[in-house]
Design a protein around this ligand. Structure first.
Ligand code: FAD
Length: 510
């Protein structure tokens, strides 16, 4: 590192937050090198192909495409020329054990009719809920979520608004004030689970997700989120940046009290003027910066931190089923018999329950590229405790029995005859998240987005521990989810200085 303006940047991790950061840094004139231990870019948004089935491992729902369009535009590019987004309608279907269901749709009148079908008395509350969601969107997403929150003053200034919006109240408590029907309370409060939050404890600011869906729709990226990650990698290369896959960073190097580059696990050193870590914030501080004393993010503080839940995901392919299960669309939620208690088992008690609530992804109804002709590709996700509870689950013992319980529920409630049809199978437990993404406690979404772990309270995008180090991705501000981590790069770009101009090319005669 030099004392002059920075010029080169290393990004540790090719997750969506890391790729977006690399694009933003490339646009600011940096020479960027992205390093990731996996074989494909995308992190949780990468894929594994097995037996002709492409399993998109993580995000499936793309909301707020404008965030991606803004990112591309910041690089002088057009997102829609590189990626095809398909709007979904219906968005998703929710099914309860009593046989009732609720379909979340794009059309406002159809939505009102759907609410009225389940609970006519809740239509007024529904409209009020949407107004609440929109107000929270303007404050929480467009204002707080798009600017740095690394100075305490940034937080202090917005505290009155937090109080006004009753940010201390949980999403579920907020939904319960607007809806009498317990099913509608579920339908309008479960969303934080998709960014790792307990709906009974995360701030009601997250009600804003209902506005995101209503205002911007729900989209699927043709080719999966993997196609977005590949397109991001393409932009980085076009900017002159490099992606090196299959390399793991062992430590962030420090020189003269600043980040000076990284050392890989094979001992090779790569120097750079600034380092951006898209590795989990916990991994960054406990492992990659292990030899430096920490003022804020000590190992003890990270142990006290509340982490998001773990995920059990069963990816499977089925033969000759494309014409079967005609009432099962692209996104389904199969709700279990318990809500509050079940969430308590997962987040508080760390107990692996026999019952489950499942999110079922069937991309083959939209995207034929995911499966051989006539076949289906699925994944089924169940939130489970992370690996940090005292009564930890032994996944080497539990993974297969849990899959069989999941299969039985699917056969009974959604996909009759499934067991006869499965050809490919791949299971991810929290241990897979720990080992593949180096995710602390195998958490699905890094640090839980509780109010005292959000905004200024989250690890900052400009490191509190080391000058020249920046953080992007789910564990930093504004947080997890595709729009969230794309947002971390937008915030980061406001904090990183512009790169020094490139040295003029020397003529051979000089
Ligand atoms: C199953 C699942 C479903 C989801 N569904 C949705 C959804 O529908 N919609 C939505 O918006 N969000 C969804 N999410 C959330 C979203 O996918 C994530 O929040 C987001 O992709 C995380 O991005 P990230 O930038 O934090 O990086 P990550 O994806 O966590 O990537 C970090 C990268 O860093 C690499 N790395 C870590 N340490 C090192 C090291 N030392 N050296 C080299 N490389 C390293 C890892 O290999 C990884 O590739 C889902 C997540 C999961 C898991």
């Amino acid at each position: 590192m030099t004392d002059s303006a920075p010029r080169s940047a290393i990004v540790i991790g090719a997750g969506l937050g890391g790729l977006a950061s690399a694009m933003r840094l490339g646009a600011k004139g940096y020479d960027v090198t992205v390093l990731d231990r996996l074989d494909l870019p995308g992190g949780r948004g990468s894929s594994i192909t097995q037996g002709g089935h492409r399993f998109d491992l993580g995000p499936t729902i793309v909301t707020v495409p404008q965030g991606l369009r803004d990112l591309w535009a910041a690089c002088g590019r057009d997102f829609d020329s590189d990626v095809t987004l398909k709007p979904m309608d219906p968005f998703y279907e929710i099914r309860w054990p009593d046989g009732s269901s609720f379909t979340m749709r794009d059309d406002a009148q159809a939505m009102e009719a759907e609410v009225a079908r389940l609970s006519p008395g809740d239509v007024t509350g529904y409209h009020q809920f949407l107004r609440d969601a929109e107000a929270r969107y303007w404050f929480g997403y467009e204002d707080l979520g798009r600017r740095p929150m690394n100075r305490l003053w940034d937080l202090v200034k917005v505290l009155p608004k937090f109080a006004w919006y009753r940010a201390d109240r949980s999403v579920y408590a907020h939904a319960a004030r607007r809806f009498r029907d317990e099913r509608l309370r579920f339908a309008f409060s479960f969303h934080p689970l998709f960014i790792g939050g307990d709906p009974f404890r995360v701030t009601s600011m997250y009600a804003l997700v209902s506005h995101l869906e209503k205002a911007f729709g729900v989209h699927y990226a043709m080719g999966g989120v993997q196609a977005i990650a590949r397109a991001m990698a393409g932009v980085i290369r076009d900017q002159g940046g490099q992606l090196r896959m299959g390399v793991e960073v062992d430590e962030i190097m420090v020189q003269g009290g600043r980040a000076a580059g990284v050392r890989l696990t094979d001992g090779a050193e790569i120097r750079a003027d600034i380092v951006v870590s898209n590795a989990d914030a916990g991994h960054t501080y406990t492992r990659l910066l292990r030899n430096r004393p920490k003022r804020r993010w000590s190992d003890a503080k990270l142990r006290r931190t509340r982490w998001s839940m773990g995920l059990y995901v069963w990816y499977f392919g089925t033969r000759g089923t494309r014409a079967m299960w005609r009432d099962v669309g692209h996104h389904s939620i199969v709700v279990g018999p318990r809500y509050r208690d079940h969430i308590g088992d997962i987040f508080i008690r760390g107990h692996l329950a026999d019952d489950m609530s499942l999110y079922v992804h069937r991309p083959s109804v939209t995207d034929p590229s995911v499966a051989p002709a006539g076949d289906d590709t699925f994944y089924v996700l169940s939130p489970v405790p992370h690996l940090g509870h005292d009564n930890g689950v032994d996944w080497t013992q539990e993974a297969e029995p849990y899959r069989r319980k999941m299969l039985a529920i699917l056969e009974e409630r959604l996909l009759p005859g499934l067991s006869e049809r499965v050809t490919e199978s791949l299971v991810f437990t929290p241990e897979s998240f720990r080992d593949r993404y180096l995710s602390p406690l195998g958490a699905g979404f890094s640090i839980e987005p509780r109010i005292l772990q959000s905004a200024w309270f989250r690890p900052h995008n400009v490191s509190e521990e080391l000058p020249g180090l920046y953080l992007a991705g789910a564990g930093t501000h504004p947080g997890a989810g595709v729009p969230g981590v794309i947002g971390t790069a937008e915030v980061l770009a406001q904090l990183v200085p512009d790169a020094a101009p490139a040295a003029p090319l020397r003529m051979a005669a000089e």
